[in-house]
Design a protein. Structure first.
Length: 287
């Protein structure tokens, strides 16, 4: 497997030799000083180009990056669902190579790149090459934009209420033997409220100056062993008995976390909502 230096040298080298490419920048986990490096990290790369058409019409040029195992064209896929992406502005190739490396490569015209740096700047950006000095100087990369944000009182109450309320739909799905619906309601709707509360709990413990990563992938790093063990048990297989166990574990974890978050932020946690819903869940389970 090619190492990071080899990959960066390749990415920059291709750009340096191609007159159509005027600048290169990288963002994502490889630029984040708070993320431990491993061999599975993508290379999130953008080439700033004079135009996009010749790159899109002749894709043989991407073979220079290595032997591709599988590739996705996300803009083509989005357009298939009606996105109406303007390929004249930007385009992307997501490439997984046979040596295990992955490059998520985007191209965008100079005007779009400059607009992005001005209006939607990602603080994890590093400029790797700038032939014409068209990109502004970047400060040292920081994941500050992704830090957990302290909730408002209204947000806290809304997440608590919706967590407990939506569990009634999970229970009805199980009672009706409608597994897909019950699983979706539990793992998409209800879980989002549970995990948002866990985020806030972690934020409190770390002064709201950290990120838990995409899809909360760093929960294990920041939760106590005891709470993380409970969290793991909120996941279920397709057997209804296991599903019920996971649901009641999620209720227990939510009560612990939500109470502590409310106490710290001086928000009143409504214990009656949880007690009433747990009674209902037990009633459905026993009928």
């Amino acid at each position: 497997m090619r190492n990071e230096k080899e990959m960066i040298d390749l990415i920059v080298g291709i750009a340096d030799k191609d007159e159509r490419i005027r600048a290169v920048y990288m963002n994502g986990s490889r630029t984040n000083p708070n993320v431990e490096k491993d061999i599975y990290q993508d290379y999130d790369i953008v080439y700033v180009v004079n135009e996009t058409e010749t790159f899109i019409n002749d894709e043989n040029w991407i073979k220079k990056f290595g032997e591709i195992a599988i590739m996705q064209l996300p803009d083509d896929n989005d357009n298939a669902w009606g996105a109406n992406h303007d390929f004249r502005q930007s385009y992307a190739w997501l490439m997984l190579f046979k040596d295990g490396n992955r490059i998520d490569l985007g191209i965008e015209i100079k005007e779009k790149a400059q607009e992005s740096f001005k209006n939607d700047y990602d603080k994890l950006t590093i400029v790797l090459l700038d032939k014409d000095k068209i990109l502004p100087d970047c400060p040292p990369p920081s994941d500050e934009d992704y830090w957990i944000k302290k909730p408002t009182r209204e947000q806290y109450y809304a997440h608590c209420n919706d967590f407990w309320w939506c569990l009634n739909n999970v229970a009805k799905g199980i009672a009706r033997d409608e597994l897909p619906c019950a699983m979706w309601m539990y793992n998409v709707v209800v879980r989002e409220h549970l995990e948002k509360m866990i985020e806030w709990h972690i934020g409190i413990k770390n002064n709201f100056t950290i990120s838990v990563g995409k899809q909360r992938k760093y929960f294990k790093k920041y939760m106590t062993i005891e709470l993380y063990e409970l969290y793991k048990k909120t996941f279920s297989n397709s057997e209804y008995e296991d599903f019920w166990t996971a649901i009641f574990t999620a209720c227990k974890l939510f009560e612990i976390i939500a109470f502590q978050v409310g106490e710290y932020l001086d928000f009143s946690y409504n214990e009656n909502e949880g007690k009433s819903m747990i009674e209902y869940l037990k009633w459905v389970r026993n009928n």
